[in-house]
Ligand binder design. Structure first.
Ligand code: ADP
Ligand code: ZN
Ligand code: ZN
Length: 673
């Protein structure tokens, strides 16, 4: 049997029989004919079912001998992921291989390998190790006593979690094993790579993420597979890195939503890392200052070992959190609330005078989220999506952040001709402009997706902040995570209220994590920690989330949230799957989901009525979803496995009825609603 990438939604799971001239080890890469094409496949198991008459089988065209066979653990992991996330084995297996392997034939791969230079292995002494803090030492002692299994490393920002990863990795390496480290953000890999490279001179460290060139990615992947790479550092895709001698898996910032793949096979790299650790009997460290509530609950139940780093390295205090009640501002009729409350502005001015930096966080890029005509009520909607187009002042465009549709800003209202169309609300571009006016002479910087589109722009902007060339940094969540800004002593969330009352039940969890992370950017240098402050401007100062934040009390927040989730029957106390459908019209998507919902299900399975997704129409495509729920993960899994073939059959049986149905897919353990 060979795993090949069969067309999406074909009922074939992607395992096909081929004739082999000789016995091939499972995990061997081959080129085989599929229809009229020649494709790469993975020998899955040597003993096919053998019912097919031999003459009907097509022979394997090439064996990619130059590539070592994928280890059994890799196939087990891929097999599990395919079953769990309801995808074809072939589809998943091929989607997690380096793209070059899907493209090149045996000769080309051999040429590539011959050309790729072996990494230098000039061994040298590691730079001086800092003595561990008491908490770090205690955490490592527990880790050393654990042969395998998941470990939650709950450490406040700046508590030295990375040092714990480094020491644990050193032990794995000393034992002749490989260490795998996952990070959520591609932007954080160079930083961490540098830290690991400095700690392990002479060791081979490779990265795996989507920004590598195809040739680099192939080379790094092969070094991992050949056992030559000692350390593999990467984003979620790296959870599938084939390693012949795994010794440790680390998932940094395990709560981060970017561990969930949001297209194709919608897997959670964090969850797969835990599964992989069990499979390969190695420890898995899940590190975070604000663990996901799923992980926290498992630690509470004793299924994960919990290690705590409660204090910052060097004894620095966590920043004081100041919640500013916007209702206290004097109201002038018709006037808009100021961007910055006067005491916050004063606090920023103090920082500037002392040569310290401030960060203003606003999770909305562009100048204003919508343009509006006061005369007739026109708003800058996107003609292709159920969303507003965002006003970008720098190039005077209206841009849809969902489909990308961009136009020049009209001179006058397209409906009534009123020349006085005005921006409503505020994005980072406007905030930057307003701050510049409020703080004349201050050096303002901005980091968001718009200012960092060009290659190297992000690095340049971050370098300017680190060099002290910026007094006030305006940014989206891009800058809230991970960065070690040594001169920053004030962080302010300018307007986080929207997320306090969002409809997604995970919104509070995400907001709390973001604000804790952002607070963690302030006062990281122990010498300045005393002046570290986090400001929150809000119209809802008594919200319990903010009360927990003021106390830096993740445990209280998690306990309250989990009690609420338990009472409401939400994850992690129930298990969810979404059936998503995209169609040319909402009626067709709904018809398909209605039919899917009408298929029989046991009482352990609850199905809800199909509803439009939060942005229902994107690029002219209508999107609806059907929520499926069960108290038992096993029951849900079993039922989904039977349901999917019926969905394929449903569509095949009435091609006419579902003519405008473009795509459908199941999302197991969905994150966004
Ligand atoms: P976290 O990942 O928990 O936010 P880091 O690992 O980045 O924290 O550590 C914060 C800072 O403290 C870093 O600059 C790191 O080099 C330093 N650090 C970590 N452990 C120690 C230690 N034992 N002694 C001195 N400095 C340390
Ligand atoms: Zn108008
Ligand atoms: Zn659009």
């Amino acid at each position: 049997m060979v795993a090949v990438e069969t067309p999406q939604h074909s009922a074939v799971g992607g395992l096909l029989d081929y004739l082999a001239a000789r016995r091939l080890a499972p995990g061997t890469l081959v080129r085989v004919p599929l229809g009229r094409r020649m494709v790469t496949g993975v020998v899955w198991d040597a003993d096919g079912p053998g019912q097919a008459p031999a003459q009907a089988l097509r022979p394997i065209a090439q064996v990619l001998d130059a590539v070592p066979a994928l280890p059994p653990g890799w196939r087990e992991l891929v097999g599990f992921a395919a079953r769990y996330y309801q995808r074809g084995i072939g589809e998943l297996a091929l989607s997690v291989l380096p793209p070059e392997l899907r493209r090149l034939d045996a000769a080309a791969i051999t040429r590539r390998l011959a050309r790729s230079v072996a990494p230098s292995t000039a061994a040298g002494p590691a730079s001086g190790l800092p003595p561990l803090t008491g908490e770090q030492a205690a955490a490592l002692a527990v880790l050393q006593g654990l042969p395998a299994g998941p470990v939650l490393l709950h450490g406040v920002t700046g508590s030295g979690k990375t040092e714990v990863y480094l020491r644990a990795a050193a032990e794995a390496l000393d034992a002749g094993r490989q260490a795998l480290m996952l990070v959520p953000e591609i932007n954080l890999t160079p930083q961490l790579e540098a830290r690991f490279a400095a700690r392990f001179p002479g060791r081979v460290l490779v990265s795996l993420h989507s920004r590598l060139t195809p040739a680099q990615r192939l080379r790094h992947w092969l070094l991992a597979l050949a056992g030559r790479a000692d350390l593999v550092l990467g984003t979620r895709m790296a959870v599938f890195a084939p390693l012949p001698r795994t010794g440790l898996i680390v998932v940094d910032e395990e709560h981060d939503a970017s561990y969930k793949q949001q297209e194709g096979a919608r897997y959670s790299a964090r969850d797969l890392a835990v599964y992989r650790g069990r499979l390969e009997r190695v420890p898995v460290i899940l590190g975070s200052a604000t663990p996901s509530l799923e992980t926290w609950q498992r630690a509470e139940e004793g299924r994960y070992t919990r290690l705590t780093l409660a204090t910052r390295v060097g004894g620095g205090a966590l920043p004081a959190v100041r919640v500013f009640d916007m209702n206290r501002l004097p109201r002038t009729r018709g006037a808009q609330a100021p961007v910055l409350a006067p005491p916050l502005q004063a606090a920023i001015e103090e920082r500037i005078a002392r040569g310290e930096q401030s960060l203003l966080l606003l999770n909305r890029r562009g100048y204003a989220p919508v343009l509006h005509c006061g005369a007739c009520g026109w708003k800058s909607g996107c003609p292709h999506c159920s969303a507003w187009r965002v006003f970008h002042k720098a190039d005077r465009t209206l841009r849809c952040h969902h489909c990308g549709f961009t136009e020049r800003v009209p001179r006058a209202c397209p409906d009534c001709g009123n020349p006085d169309i005005a921006p409503l609300g505020r994005g980072t571009e406007k905030l930057e402009e307003q701050i510049a006016a409020l703080l004349p002479g201050a050096r303002i910087g901005r980091i968001d997706a718009d200012t960092t589109r060009v290659k190297g722009a992000l690095q340049a902007r971050l370098a300017a902040v680190h060099a002290g060339e910026v007094d006030v940094l305006v940014g989206t969540q891009m800058v809230a995570k991970g960065h070690d800004f040594r001169r920053m002593t004030l962080v302010a969330a300018v307007n986080p209220d929207g997320a306090l009352f969002a409809s997604d039940f995970r919104a509070p969890e995400r907001l709390f994590a973001l604000l804790m992370q952002a607070a963690g950017r302030a006062g990281r240098d122990a010498a300045q920690a005393a002046s570290g402050e986090m400001w929150i401007q809000t119209w809802h100062p008594s919200h319990p989330l903010l009360a927990a934040l003021v106390r830096h009390d993740f445990v209280a927040f998690a306990t309250e949230q989990l009690a609420e989730r338990r009472a409401l029957g939400l994850p992690p106390f129930v298990h969810l799957a979404l059936l998503r459908a995209e169609a040319k019209s909402a009626a067709i998507a709904k018809a398909f989901l209605d039919a899917a919902a009408a298929l029989p299900a046991p009482p352990a399975i609850t199905r809800y009525a199909p509803v439009p997704t939060s942005v229902a129409r994107v690029a002219g495509v209508e999107r609806m979803q059907l929520l499926v729920e069960s108290a038992s993960r096993a029951a849900l899994q079993q039922w989904l496995a039977g349901w999917l073939p019926q969905l394929h059959a449903l569509r095949a049986a009435d091609k006419a009825a579902y003519k405008g149905l473009l795509r459908w897919a199941v999302d197991v353990d969905p994150l966004g609603f």
